[in-house]
Design a protein around this ligand. Structure first.
Ligand SMILES: N[C@@H](CCC(=O)N[C@@H](CS)C(=O)NCC(=O)O)C(=O)O
Length: 207
């Protein structure tokens, strides 16, 4: 099994965490998005990372890959069994991918990607607006739904992985959640990011 994509990507990290939780051996190819590698292009029609190759199976999209892995390697489960819990887990996966990621990633794009990988200057005004105006309503939402170490069904799973993954990029950009204002959120994602599977994913090759 081959997984394409640098571990700097929050979406690649989601899959790396699931692989580590399930103890699945993988050959990690830490390329960047739109890499011309023909095998990667065959697995990811739009050139996005992550992409997976498993025998004849080729798949892109972190959630699609994780659902595939869940069926093939059911233990330990990353998705809950009950109908409501399953719906909630998929909701949080969506929240992570479509609400949190586009905002949480901005400081990382400005302070890490642009100066270090794109030869472009950082725009601190974008970071300030993100931290001061855009992130608080998302943090308020999370603070209101966190009620313990895991988001759904009293067990670690996809919901936690998707919500927590981009917080690592926020740290890489030198920002943190204000624990005085959002205490439940700060302690929640610290606990999630400290899990061995997240640490394995974070330590995986970046390029
Ligand atoms: N919904 C996709 C999003 C993947 C994604 O957008 N990955 C970024 C890197 S973090 C990418 O490849 N971007 C290139 C592009 O948007 O063309 C997933 O869950 O895998």
């Amino acid at each position: 099994m081959k997984l394409y994509g640098t571990s700097l990507s929050p979406f690649v990290r989601k899959v790396l965490v699931v692989l580590a939780e399930k103890g699945i051996e993988v050959q990690h190819v830490p390329l960047r998005f739109h890499d011309p590698d023909p095998r990667f292009q065959a697995a990811s029609p739009f050139g996005k990372i992550p992409a997976l190759e498993d025998g004849d199976v080729r798949l892109a999209d972190s959630s699609a890959i994780i659902h595939y892995l869940e069926r093939k390697h059911p233990e330990p489960a990353m998705l809950p069994a009950g109908a409501h819990d399953l719906g909630r887990a998929i909701w949080f996966d969506e929240v992570g991918d479509t609400e949190l990621f586009p905002v949480l990633i901005k400081p990382f794009v400005q302070r890490v990607l642009r100066p270090k990988m794109m030869n472009q200057p950082c725009d601190e005004a974008v970071v300030a607006k993100c931290m001061g105006e855009e992130l608080p309503r998302l943090f308020d939402y999370l603070e209101g739904v966190i009620d313990g170490p895991y988001l759904v069904g009293g067990a670690f799973g996809l919901a936690d992985i998707s919500v927590a993954t981009t917080f690592h990029n926020l740290h890489l950009a030198g920002e943190a959640v204000d624990a005085g204002r959002w205490p439940k959120l700060a302690s929640y994602f610290t606990g999630i990011l400290e899990r061995p599977s997240f640490q394995t994913a974070i330590a995986a090759r970046q390029g």
